[in-house]
Each structure stands twice: as structure tokens, then as C-alpha cells.
Design a binder for this molecule. Structure first.
Ligand code: SAH
Length: 472
């Protein structure tokens, strides 16, 4: 498998700094499926080309599967000839994406310590992949790369040059041209090569969904082929693909799941007469202040109302808001006037794009985490992921969570019996349901939990909002 990246940026040898590879050297990295070599066939001031050559060992690939399971099933089937005679050695595929992630990981993360600023610059680039399996042919190839601003050229690869009559193979020889940050180019290739191949050759797990969110976070949400990309990328795990799509959809006002003003309007129509928003905020701030939390993580921060309120508390040193919706984060930044805050105040706030259902090292080291009206936006199967991320991995001493009390909905004139307060709520818990979940989570992760009402408590159906405060 071969992939080359060229640039005509001057000096073109900056490419070596960006990729963290010296143009004079050949770098070889071993993988379980073969060796990857990085070298520079040309390295002049006007044009520089980096080549990534992956020598796949198809027999080793099969043997390492140990004849148990694997793509060919078990037993006698694992001796299928296809395991030994296949296109892996030369067709660019998901293996190439694995190699890119490892060999150019720092470049993909946009880091270039030796030439600060260079990593942020869009450079003229040309990518060539002489043999690329493209399911769906040139049309799919174009639909993936053109919306990202690339010029796409491709030719069908003949089955065998010596026998033109045999016709074309299912491979394309591909050329992409564009002006792009190198980190973005690598992320695009990392996600889209397996999508074109549509055949993952290694385990697709939760971690893969995380990788897709990481690498695709900035550009995938608006990509017209977003659904195809996500489904194919995560093809073996449909539910995972749907989880990621649901999160990307949080950005899209045309789909259910939109985190836009409408959310506030709809829920506000139901709840405003009670001033419930204010009461909720006050209750959460009170809990956090009482806990003496200096560093607070607001998960699902939306437009940053809690972040704003916490900045007014002298005991709170730092607040980090996290949301899956870039649009919500933009609004939060505007509401907080981040660009106009004095330096000292500015240092107290961070807004991060991320998801509370994916383990994230940025969530560590806080005194408290808040989840205000967020849990009900997750698909029920993803609540277990939230539990792991918040209580097992981040594990701050205090966690405060608020969520609607479904029993109370009958008291809201506008909510038909049995339905939820907002179309993006995936579920709403009764008091007993929240109590059972919270107690189980507390027991499993070494917390104590107390429950408290928010808003006027109705003798029959309880308060409109309920809160769980976990501490350890
Ligand atoms: N806590 C805020 C916003 C509540 S609305 C407030 O009380 O005002 C729910 C928010 O959760 C939305 O902004 C939505 O984008 C966000 N959200 C939904 N799923 C998420 C996820 N998996 N990770 C992070 N944020 C999420």
C-alpha cells in the first residue's frame, strides 16, 4: 500500500517538520500486520513529497487471528483461501488508516513544536494513492472529498496491464489536491479511507466511535455524506454508529436532537411560569458552593448559564463547560463574552467540545461535575457510558445531576398525558426510577447519594425537577 503527500509550500521541506520526520531518513515502524516505512522521494525547497509504504503480510494477518473467529468464522472456514490470497498487500485500506494514526499521530493532532504556527497554516497539498479500493466508485470518492474542498481526480486501475481486454479492477488510482492544514488532511484520510474500503480489518469497539468523534468532530457534523461516513466507519456496530449520529445531530436544527434556541423555547414554554430555570441553577450552585468545589466541570453546558453563575462565586476558581454541540459552545462563548473578559477572568473559563459518553482525559482533576438537564438527552443505552465516563473515569468528589420528574408532567397544561417535556428528551425518569439508578451507581462507584426536589413539591406527583447529589 502506498500513499504520498506532496506540497509546493515554500520551503517545501517544512513538510518534514510537520510530519515530525527528517527528509533524509527512512523511518520504519512495525505493526502486527506488517511494516510501515516513511521516506521522502523528493525533498527540495519548491516541492517535497513524503511517502508512506506499508508492506502487509497477509499470511501473518491470518495466522495471528489464530483460526478462532476472525472474518472467516471459525473451524475449517478459517482456512479459506481468501485469507491468504487477497488484496491486503497493495490496496490502501483501513490498515493504512491505522498506520496513519500511529506514524503521523502528532501531526494529526496539529502539533509542530519546532515550527509553531506552521501547523495552523493551510498548505497546497497533493495526495496520491495509486491503488484504492472504492466501494461505490468515483461518485462516492467525490462525495466524500469534494465537500471538504479537495479537487478529486481518479482513474480505474486495469486488472492486469498485460491483458487490457480483462477490463478494470474494483480499484481506483486517486489524486487529491487542495489547500488545507496538514492535520486536517490527515484526519480526513484517517476517517475516509476505511469508509471507501468499507471493510474494517480490526475490531471496531467503543474506542472507534471515540476516534471518529475526535478526528471528525470539527468537519463531520456538516458533511453532506455524514450518515454514510458514520455507518460505514462503524459498520460492525450499528448501535454505535447511531450513537455517534445522534450526537452529531445535536448540531443540526433540521433534525430531532437539535440543541438550539428551540430547546429553550419549548421547554421554557412548559416550565417558565415556575421560574424553574432559576431555581434549578440556584440549587446547583448552592450544592457546589457547599461542597467547596474550586474546579467545576459542567457536562452538557449548553449556552453556559451555569458557567456564568459559577463565575460570580468567589470560591470557584475554574469552570470548564463541555458540550457535544459546537453551536451551543459558540453561543456560550458569546453569552460569556469570552473575547472581552479581562485576562484573569478569562483564565477561569474553558469551553471544550466533547461528549460525556466518551472517556476523556480532559475530564480528570475536577472537584465537582454538574449534569444539568442533560441525562434525559441521551439514548437510554448510552446512559451506561455516561456512568463510566463520569463516575469511573473522571470520578470527581462531587457530582450533581438534575433531570425532569416525569410524574409531574400531568401538572403541565401543555404536555399531553404520557409524553415528555421536549422532543429531544429520550426519556424522563419518575422519582423512583432516578432513585434506583442513583443508588445503584453510588454503590458501584463508592459514592453516597442524596436526592432533593427542585421547584414546588406537589403532594401527589412530586416536584417538577429532581436532583441527585453524589459525594465521596
Ligand atoms: N446544562 C444546560 C443545557 C441543557 S440542554 C442548561 O441547563 O442550560 C442539554 C445539553 O446537553 C445540550 O446543550 C446538548 O448539546 C448537550 N448534550 C447532549 N448530549 C451530550 C453529550 N453526549 N455530551 C455532551 N453534551 C451533550
Amino acid at each position: 500500500m502506498l500513499l504520498t503527500i506532496s506540497t509546493t509550500h515554500t520551503p517545501a521541506t517544512d513538510l518534514g517538520f510537520l510530519l515530525h520526520k527528517h527528509p533524509d531518513n527512512v523511518r520504519t515502524v512495525s505493526f502486527p500486520f506488517g511494516d510501515a516505512h516513511v521516506f521522502f522521494p523528493e525533498a527540495g525547497d519548491d516541492r517535497c513529497t513524503a511517502a508512506l509504504l506499508v508492506e502487509v503480510d497477509p499470511v501473518g494477518l491470518v495466522r495471528r487471528r489464530g483460526g478462532r473467529g476472525g472474518r472467516n468464522g471459525g473451524g475449517a472456514e478459517s482456512f479459506s483461501l481468501a485469507g491468504y490470497v487477497n488484496d491486503r498487500p497493495y490496496a490502501a485500506s483501513s490498515l493504512l488508516s491505522v498506520v496513519l494514526g500511529k506514524v503521523f499521530g502528532t501531526a494529526m493532532a496539529g502539533r509542530c513544536d519546532q515550527r509553531p504556527g506552521l501547523a495552523d497554516q493551510a498548505l497546497p497539498v497533493e495526495v496520491e494513492i495509486p491503488v484504492l479500493p472504492c466501494r461505490g466508485g468515483e461518485a462516492v470518492l467525490r462525495s466524500l472529498f469534494e465537500p471538504l474542498g479537495y479537487d478529486v481526480a481518479s482513474e480505474r486501475v486495469g486488472l492486469d496491464d498485460r491483458f487490457p481486454d480483462w477490463g478494470d479492477s474494483r480499484y481506483l488510482s486517486v489524486r487529491l489536491g487542495g489547500t488545507v492544514r496538514l492535520a486536517d488532511l490527515l484526519a480526513h484520510l484517517y476517517v475516509l479511507l476505511p469508509v471507501l474500503d468499507d471493510d474494517k480489518h480490526y475490531w471496531v469497539g467503543d474506542d472507534e466511535a471515540r476516534k471518529l468523534m475526535d478526528k471528525g468532530g470539527g468537519w463531520l457534523a456538516d458533511h453532506p455524506a455524514r450518515d454514510l461516513i458514520t455507518r460505514r466507519y462503524l459498520r460492525h456496530r450499528r448501535s454505535l454508529a447511531e450513537g455517534v449520529l445522534a450526537q452529531l445531530a445535536e448540531d443540526d436544527p433540521d433534525e430531532p436532537g437539535a440543541a438550539d434556541e428551540e430547546h429553550d423555547r419549548e421547554e421554557g414554554q412548559v416550565e417558565t411560569p415556575l421560574g424553574l430555570d432559576r431555581q434549578r441553577l440556584d440549587a446547583v450552585v448552592e450544592v457546589l458552593v457547599a461542597a467547596g468545589a474550586a474546579r467545576v466541570l459542567d457536562l452538557g453546558c449548553g449556552e453556559g448559564r451555569l458557567v456564568r453563575a459559577l463565575l460570580d462565586q468567589p470560591g470557584v476558581e475554574q469552570v470548564t463547560g463541555v458540550d457535544v454541540s459546537p453551536r451551543a459552545l459558540e453561543r456560550a462563548a458569546a453569552r460569556l463574552r469570552l473575547d472581552r473578559l479581562p485576562e484573569r477572568q478569562r483564565g477561569r473559563v474553558a469551553l471544550l467540545h466533547g461528549s460525556l459518553t466518551y472517556r476523556d482525559s480532559r475530564f480528570a482533576g475536577f472537584d465537582a461535575a454538574a449534569l444539568v438537564e442533560v441525562v434525559e438527552h441521551l439514548d437510554p443505552p448510552r446512559v451506561a457510558a455516561l456512568e463510566q465516563v463520569v463516575f469511573a473515569h473522571a470520578g470527581p468528589p462531587t457530582v450533581v445531576l438534575t433531570t425532569p420528574n416525569r410524574e409531574h408532567n400531568v401538572r403541565f397544561g401543555g404536555v399531553p398525558a404520557g409524553s415528555l417535556r421536549h422532543r429531544d428528551h429520550r426519556f424522563e425518569w419518575t422519582r423512583a426510577e432516578l432513585a434506583a439508578w442513583a443508588q445503584r451507581v453510588a454503590d458501584d462507584h463508592g459514592y453516597a447519594v442524596r436526592l432533593a426536589p427542585i421547584g414546588a413539591e406537589d403532594p401527589e406527583v412530586g416536584p417538577p425537577t429532581q436532583m441527585a447529589v453524589f459525594s465521596r
